[in-house]
Write a protein that binds this ligand. Structure first.
Ligand SMILES: Cc1cc2nc3c(=O)[nH]c(=O)nc-3n(C[C@H](O)[C@H](O)[C@H](O)COP(=O)(O)OP(=O)(O)OC[C@H]3O[C@@H](n4cnc5c(N)ncnc54)[C@H](O)[C@@H]3O)c2cc1C
Length: 190
């Protein structure tokens, strides 16, 4: 879930991310400057509700968002259970969230939607030109499995990793770099 607030001046051009096992169980919270707004979001795993008001409260000393007008709200489910077994059939090809093309670890799906959307479009054009493989098979062959990310997700959901991560991030350095790699790296998001 994400709320857009009247902009705050002091957040600069940084994307601020927060590991908070209480308010963002399983994933992260963020504060990011948008266009004429400040976006505040929380990603939580399926059985929890996103408490953005509580998150804003917790961050108030840093961002001063309490009492600011909320200009817009958006949210949705992110399908993190992996690629559907059948995501294509005769004259049908699902891509992106519809196909489950989302990292089970980070819930990032934008990069994959663009990547496989482009690939599918090219494969369909080649197919219609004649003598090219079925576009669904082309996409399937290019889609790397997510086995280690599913395992990492299981560990994150079932072991107290977030609390360790929160502690580790407080100490900075190596742990911060590792978290950056997992959450933001192209390798991880894709
Ligand atoms: C709050 C939130 C934050 C997120 N943050 C990130 C992030 O930081 N990084 C990241 O990588 N991923 C993020 N995600 C996940 C990411 O948004 C999705 O994985 C990605 O947008 C999927 O792209 P898509 O094109 O498959 O689907 P969508 O972006 O959902 O696009 C589908 C489009 O189809 C339209 N549509 C639906 N039904 C019909 C119909 N019958 N006829 C015509 N049009 C229709 C919808 O209106 C929509 O515009 C976030 C998701 C949420 C909810």
């Amino acid at each position: 879930m994400e709320w857009e607030f009247e902009p705050v001046e002091r957040d600069g051009d940084c994307l601020h991310c927060f590991v908070d096992p209480q308010l963002a169980p399983g994933y992260i919270g963020w504060v990011v400057p948008g266009v004429g707004v400040t976006q505040v979001g929380l990603a939580v795993n399926g059985c929890h509700r996103a408490d953005i008001a509580g998150f804003v409260e917790r961050l108030d000393a840093r961002f001063g968002l309490r009492g600011r007008r909320v200009l817009d709200k958006r949210g949705g489910m992110i399908p993190v259970n992996g690629l559907l077994k059948r995501f294509h059939d005769d004259r049908i090809l699902l891509i992106g969230d519809a196909a489950g093309m989302v990292s089970p670890l980070t819930a990032g799906g934008i990069h994959r939607s663009y990547r496989f959307g482009t690939l599918a479009a090219e494969a369909i054009a080649d197919y219609l030109d004649g003598d090219a493989p079925n576009p669904g098979d082309v996409v399937k062959a290019a889609y790397r499995g997510d086995a280690w990310k599913h395992s990492a997700r299981w560990c994150f959901d079932n072991l107290p990793l977030a609390a360790c991560m929160e502690l580790g991030l407080g100490t900075g350095g190596l742990f911060k770099r590792l978290a950056g790699k997992v959450i933001f790296d192209r390798f991880s998001a894709g």
